[in-house]
Design a protein around this ligand. Sequence first.
Ligand code: FES
Length: 134
Amino acid sequence: MASGSGDEKGKVDGVSWRLVGPASELSKKRCRLMYSSLGYDSDVCLFFVKGEFFAMDARCSHSGGPLCEGDIEEADGVLQVFCPWHDYDFDLRTGASGTSLQQQVYEVKLEDGNVYVKHTSRLSLEPFSADQKS
Ligand code: FES
């Protein structure tokens, strides 16, 4: 990625990245719920699984189940989160499921020890704050 993207509202090549917080802290929990200023339906999960971060909409595309509370399993090299409500599973990387359901995912990058999530018009994350530690 080109330089100059360190600012949470910075734009590089027309793409905005949202600074979420330090990877050293964010990697201490398997999932963090990040609230959107657009409302409950736009909250986002940041998962940390097998040394990698993944971001996806926090509410299941089936009926709104809380994916941050779902079990994560690996099958044939694919990491999946299982919705705790009806057990549909979603690929953490693509958001695809074994059904017609598709979960919105967001690109994540690490830069200078910080985690950034690609910002879209419908995603507005609250920055990571110290009281989210642990
Ligand atoms: Fe997630 Fe039904 S709400 S599977």
